[in-house]
Design a protein around this ligand. Structure first.
Ligand code: GLY
Length: 306
């Protein structure tokens, strides 16, 4: 069985292309890196890679991670600037016994040493949005993006290996040095080829409180399906937050099993994702009010969401 799943509509083109690669024998890691790189390169997506919106200081800082589910190793970069494809730096760091998660200047120097492409990640559009926010002196609470946020991709290849990849530019107008869940193992992603893989998108500060990706994979280890594991992990954190007098927040989860079954859950009204595990890849949605699972997206579902 070969399978792949990615967050949001923005992952669809990459998931479709790399599902084809998996079907012709490509390793899971290669598929994940390619699918995430495609999103990083697209300036229309304002929460990932090139065109990602800046922090308060006008700088675009990037977080990304990669995990190999058979080796149980991860690599990651955080708060790094000017790396065209942070997922490729994370991939190259995966496998190191030490120094596998690099921040800031260390990550940038690593990317340079590896010969990875560097670029100014700001676009005229992202600079304009930042200038407007500064001029408005917006003091409103930072929110996860509606409809974009982190790109997360999980894949299963024909050898039975699994991989996970994540990438984001984090929150618009974040404080310098702020890092969310995306490069944090167990929170933004987790992958153990024996039991499955999971990844999260939404407000990192909330996702980290529940170590949601590890929790989802642990539930699969205990026999839950990917769909049950996502729903139960998310429900448990939302319930705890309610006990603390907070709302559920903005969190979505995806998961993939070693048998190629996938699942998703969300606190949003609707969360779209792309996945393939039979002949073709397609877009699906999961709705917070529907606890029974996901369904194929109809054009009218997708018109209202990014
Ligand atoms: N989930 C992305 C972030 O909070 O940075």
């Amino acid at each position: 069985m070969r399978a792949i799943i990615g967050t949001w509509k923005m992952s669809f083109d990459g998931v479709q292309e790399t599902f084809g690669m998996l079907k012709t024998g490509a390793p899971a890691g290669e598929a994940v890196v390619r699918a995430v790189s495609r999103v990083e390169d697209e300036p229309a997506f304002h929460s990932v890679g090139y065109g990602g919106l800046p922090g308060k200081d006008g700088r675009v800082t990037l977080d990304a991670a990669f995990m190999d589910g058979r080796a149980l190793r991860m690599g990651g970069v955080m708060s790094a600037e000017n790396i065209r494809n942070p997922i490729q730096a994370a991939y190259r760091l995966c496998g190191r016994k030490t120094n596998c998660l690099l921040a800031g200047r260390g990550a940038e120097e690593f990317a340079l040493q590896e010969g990875l492409a560097m670029r100014d990640m700001r676009t005229p559009e992202s600079v304009k949005r930042w200038r407007e926010a500064v001029a408005a002196q917006a003091e409103k609470e930072l929110e996860a993006y509606r409809g974009h946020d982190t790109v997360c991709v999980l894949a299963l290849d024909e050898s039975g290996n699994m991989a996970a990849g994540t990438s984001t530019s984090g929150l618009f107008m974040k404080e310098p040095g702020r890092v969310g869940d995306t490069p944090i193992i167990g929170s933004g992603f987790y992958c153990d080829a024996r039991f499955g893989a999971a990844a999260a998108t939404g407000l990192g500060e909330d996702i980290m409180r529940g170590c949601l990706s590890y929790e989802t994979v642990a539930r699969m280890r205990n026999g839950e399906s990917p769909q049950q594991a996502c729903q139960h992990a998310l429900d448990a954190l939302a319930e705890r937050k309610r006990e603390l007098g907070e709302d559920a927040g903005s969190i979505s989860l995806i998961a993939l099993s070693p048998r190629g079954e996938f699942g998703a859950a969300t606190t949003l009204p609707v969360f779209p994702f792309a996945a393939g595990n039979e002949e073709t890849a397609a877009l699906y949605i999961v709705e917070t009010r529907d606890k029974t699972g996901f369904r194929r997206a109809e054009p009218e579902d997708l018109a209202a969401v990014d």
